[in-house]
Design a protein around this ligand. Structure first.
Ligand SMILES: [Zn+2]
Length: 111
């Protein structure tokens, strides 16, 4: 049987779940490094173990009260923040963020 090289396996993707002290992969739920592009290695003590190989396409957190979307964006500016908790995200805006929004709106109206 000839191998069809054109038919590639679809690349698995995952969301990088950034917590306060660690990060996880949404695909296999195992530990990941916050700066990993692909979950190729599971960090930990001792010998590194191979990860599931999923490519991280977004970030999210399981501690939305402590980790804001801005913090996720600062951690991984290359990945979009998965906005599956819009209510939490809106109410967790801190005063600094609100001031930034006001500044943004003022700039808009001046133009
Ligand atoms: Zn994984």
């Amino acid at each position: 049987m000839p191998v069809n090289l054109a038919k590639a396996e679809p690349e698995p993707t995952a969301t990088l779940i950034i917590s306060r002290n660690s990060s996880r992969c949404s695909n296999c739920r195992r530990t990941a490094l916050a700066d990993q592009t692909i979950h190729d290695v599971i960090p930990g003590w001792g010998e590194p173990r191979p990860g599931c190989g999923a490519r991280f396409t977004a970030t999210t957190t399981d501690s939305p009260g402590m980790i804001t979307p801005a913090r996720l964006k600062a951690q991984r500016p290359d990945l979009p923040v998965k906005d599956d908790q819009p209510e939490t995200a809106r109410t967790s805006l801190n005063p600094g963020d609100r001031a930034a929004w006001r500044m943004l709106r003022r700039t808009d109206s001046e133009q």
